[in-house]
Design a protein around this ligand. Structure first.
Ligand code: SF4
Ligand code: SF4
Length: 471
């Protein structure tokens, strides 16, 4: 995104923000960010919204629909339950389309609304800013106290605070790690791992420890580096955002020339009093007055900080606000452009196809093949039979008694060993003969259409072929 043509930086040196991220010094070493605790309407709204999301996330594995998990993503056993519906690897085309829809949705959303997701709904931001950071403020105090505590020698107070904080961080990481694990293996399996002796679940226990350690390391130490160095979504901002994207932005027209008003000074100043409050609250350590930057997760802390300052100096709020670069530069209001319309059209089409696939998804997946190594048999006068095997995967949770019917061409289908019954979430197989008159054979290969019924309900139709003699 284009930047205002003036030197607006006040981090270390002019334009330092263009050369390196704010939390890394010029020697490449990490600069620990001590953000001041934000306060204000956006912070309050985000706090309540994040509590809602946290409640949904933590209760997710325990919510059941008809005794089935609401969401289970068992990658290990390739078993997926979404909204109580079971999906199998055979449904991968639905997953591909769902992923495509999700990605296009994210792209479209980002083009229009920038990193709104990062600030309001990203699990990393929510856990970091709304859980771990709040605990840190409670134990270590606000930014200045944290700096002091870090600098001071180890004494009883520092040892107590550090042990307490990291013990709570570890317990929280354990809870978060186990919740994620419950989404993968299910709550029952998770309880077994927790309650049974470790020797019976060495694999599960190892994953549990790995998850806990990973979350602990991220929230206790790595923190904003995830957003600035690892998250691919953050990296994509430079190609997704344009001058019309809504971002957290500083109104440079209104704010510059910044400076602290002096008595009897004739210098004309903008509304920014250069108090640095917006920088002090920033969890990624940047100065938003430099324009949109890779590190900005749109957390709104600087909006609140600046609004509080504007209230004090009796100026209108919104010197830092949600707006587009164009909106600030020209006063132009938000509008759709060709890119937004193009992405929207693709997104609507993908959503449509996704729901179409979802509603037309069959309850069973049947594979019918002529029995391996068999030829046709001539039975009676001018009648031929082929032997088939049928494999059926039941995607539902109910047992299904199945009936096969030859739809095309005219002939008879006779099961070998009785009807097939396939239990819920299971596979079954059987065999059958198809008997056709030689008059209707279409050379060596005649197309067959076979219906799979359960009771009176047609589940799906399967095509296969019938081998006959050369004519
Ligand atoms: S908080 Fe507002 S007034 Fe203070 S430095 Fe930032 S933009 Fe300027
Ligand atoms: S610049 Fe403002 S919105 Fe962006 S990360 Fe910093 S405080 Fe949050």
């Amino acid at each position: 995104m284009a930047q205002p043509d003036r030197n607006l930086t006040n981090i270390d040196a002019p334009s330092a923000y263009r050369d390196r991220i704010a939390s890394i010094d010029e020697d490449g070493k990490r600069k620990w960010v001590f953000p001041r605790k934000p306060s204000g309407r956006f912070y309050n709204a985000r706090t309540w919204f994040s509590y809602l999301l946290l409640a949904i996330m933590f209760s997710g594995p325990f919510i059941t629909i008809n005794s089935r998990p609401f969401l289970l993503l068992n990658i290990i056993e390739r078993k997926f339950i979404i909204l109580g519906m079971a999906f199998w690897p055979q449904d991968s085309f639905i997953f591909v389309l769902a992923t495509l829809t999700f990605v296009v949705g994210i792209l479209l959303f980002t083009v229009i609304y920038g990193r709104l997701f990062c600030g309001w709904a990203c699990p990393q931001t929510i856990f970091m800013e709304m859980v771990f950071r709040k605990i840190e403020y409670l134990i270590d105090g606000n930014a200045n106290k944290q700096r002091k505590l870090k600098a001071q020698a180890w004494n009883a107070e520092k040892v107590f605070k550090r042990v307490l904080k990291h013990a709570i961080f570890w317990v929280l990481s354990f809870i978060i790690g186990n919740t994620f694990l419950a989404y993968i293996i299910g709550k029952d399996e998770l309880f077994q791992i927790i309650t049974a002796p470790v020797s019976e679940h060495v694999g599960g226990f190892t994953i549990m420890v790995l998850f806990t350690t990973m979350f602990y390391y991220v929230y206790a130490f790595f923190r904003e580096q995830i957003c600035t160095q690892i998250c691919p979504y953050g990296r994509l901002q430079s190609v997704l955002l344009d001058d019309k994207s809504i971002v957290v932005a500083y109104d440079f027209n209104r704010g510059e020339q910044r400076g602290k008003p002096k008595k009897n000074s004739i210098e004309e100043l903008g509304d920014c009093i250069d108090c640095n409050q917006c920088v002090e609250v920033c969890p990624t350590g940047i100065d938003i007055r430099n324009g949109t930057q890779l590190e900005c997760v749109n957390c709104t802390a600087c909006i609140d900080a600046c609004d509080n300052v504007m209230d004090k100096v009796k100026k209108p709020r919104g010197l830092i606000r949600y707006d587009s670069f164009n909106g600030i530069r020209t006063g132009e209001t938000f509008g759709l452009n060709f890119r937004n319309i193009g992405y929207s059209a693709i997104l609507i089409a993908l959503i449509f196809f996704f729901f179409l696939l979802l509603v037309s998804r069959s309850d069973v997946e049947s594979t019918i093949l002529r029995s391996y190594g068999t030829m046709y048999q001539e039975v009676g006068q001018n009648h031929f039979t082929n032997l088939y095997t049928v494999k059926v995967l039941n995607k539902t949770f109910n047992d299904l008694p199945l009936r096969l019917e030859l739809l095309e061409p005219e002939g008879t289908l006779t099961m070998v060993g009785g009807a097939i019954k396939v239990s819920g979430q299971d596979k079954s197989e059987g065999a059958f003969f198809v008997d056709l008159s030689g008059d209707i054979l279409d050379g060596t290969e005649t197309k067959l259409k076979i219906a799979v019924h359960s009771g009176d309900r047609l589940l799906e139709t399967v095509k296969t072929s019938f081998m006959g003699p050369r004519k």
